[in-house]
Design a protein around this ligand. Structure first.
Ligand code: SF4
Length: 371
């Protein structure tokens, strides 16, 4: 039988023997370091692979690997959801990614608004939202969420001269400033960061050089297979053991120092960065992408008056500790609603909605972040 070799690369990065060797090396290094270490990753995809493959069970008890603000859906602020709901209730067709559909706003989600008759469509890409605008004379608003990886395609469709009735309500966010805020929070005690490989394919790993210098912490850019994650953790411990900060690209098959310069160029042209709140975490300087002046004609915020949502929110939502979880100071288990009032089929907070949300991942795989 002949095969084309497809899948071989993936299997290589799931090799149990290699994983065991890395785990043994990690354990030996922790023994020598002799004190608890906390590593924060900032990516739902990392959390998925850690939970799905049971990687925490391979690590020593005194080594914590926690998820920080790495779920773009989860950090989308309630007022941003409220803006999208208000636009839909005003008759604009609001197109958004599937995992934003059920995220609760102050009063309701886009799914609630749709069930009440508002025009809301789920799309798989920014260009699909443009297609919707081309098929209608009505206004179409793309509720654009995500980090650099999805900000780039949003920028690309705006650069490609979309129809006049296409607008963007940007809730895109930029991760590096959030890492700085988390590193400075008094309640967090992060010794190192495992940075997200896919975002770094856009930004490049060179972007973290300044962060490493300023915060004197190791940063390793990691991939998304089990061996990638264990290798990344081992690389971090090498820095810790040597008593050094430093930067390593542990995902060279996907990430370069400069990243995707064309994509970053598009982002820089289409967006400006402003201060804005990340849901439940903090106001983060320069971490929210809004459309630049040049693209004001396609900015939903500039072209429409978005009235604030009127009414009290769900009291259960007020008990949601999603923000603390994303800041790395709490775990899903610490939420009294986890698995009871709050489940994937009936989510109270954003962390239980998205496949990249810590609570949903913990609910699905039963693994809790190490705290
Ligand atoms: Fe929020 Fe639900 Fe997670 Fe609790 S379990 S923190 S309510 S998302």
């Amino acid at each position: 039988m002949t095969t084309d070799g497809a899948g071989a690369e993936e299997l290589k990065f799931r090799d149990p023997e290699v994983a065991e060797e890395l785990a043994d090396d990690i354990a030996a290094r922790m023994e020598r370091i002799g004190e608890p270490i906390e590593i924060m990753h900032v990516c739902g995809s990392h959390e998925q692979v850690i939970a799905k493959f049971g990687l925490r069970s391979m690590l020593p008890d005194d080594l914590s690997v926690t998820m920080g603000p790495g779920c773009p859906v989860c950090v989308t602020n309630m007022p941003e959801v409220d803006e999208a709901v208000a636009l839909a209730e005003d008759g604009k067709t609001v197109a958004t990614y599937g995992d934003m559909f059920r995220v609760p706003g102050t009063v309701k989600s886009l799914a609630d608004a749709k069930s009440e008759g508002a025009p809301v469509e789920v799309v798989y890409s920014a260009s699909e939202a443009v297609d919707l605008a081309e098929e209608t004379d009505g206004d179409v608003v793309f509720f654009a969420t995500g980090f650099e990886t999805t900000a780039a395609p949003t920028a690309a469709v705006l650069q490609a001269d979309p129809p006049e009735n296409f607008y963007v309500l940007s809730a895109h966010k930029y991760v590096p400033p959030a890492m700085e805020v988390v590193a400075e929070m008094p309640d967090t005690d992060v010794d190192a960061f495992l940075a997200a490989g896919h975002a770094a394919t856009i930004t490049g790993y060179g972007l973290f050089e300044e962060f490493v210098e300023e915060y004197d912490l190791p940063v390793v850019v990691g991939g998304f297979e089990p061996v990638d994650v264990l290798y990344g953790v081992r690389a971090i411990l090498e820095f810790v053991e040597a008593g050094e900060s430093g930067l390593e690209n542990a995902y060279p098959r996907g990430v370069s120092r400069a990243g995707n310069e064309a994509a970053m160029g598009a982002i820089d042209e289409v967006f400006e960065r402003t201060t804005g709140e990340w849901r439940g975490i903090a106001d983060i300087p320069d971490a929210n992408f809004v459309l630049s002046e040049e693209y004001a004609a396609h900015s939903a915020r500039r072209q429409f008056d978005v009235e604030p949502v009127d009414g009290a929110g769900d009291p259960l939502t007020e008990d949601c500790i999603c923000g603390d979880i994303m800041a790395g100071t709490a775990s899903p288990e610490g939420c009294e609603l986890f698995g009871e009032e709050c489940t994937p089929s009936n989510p109270v907070g954003a962390c239980m909605v998205s496949d990249e949300g810590t609570c949903k991942i913990a609910h699905e795989y039963g693994g809790q972040p190490d705290l």
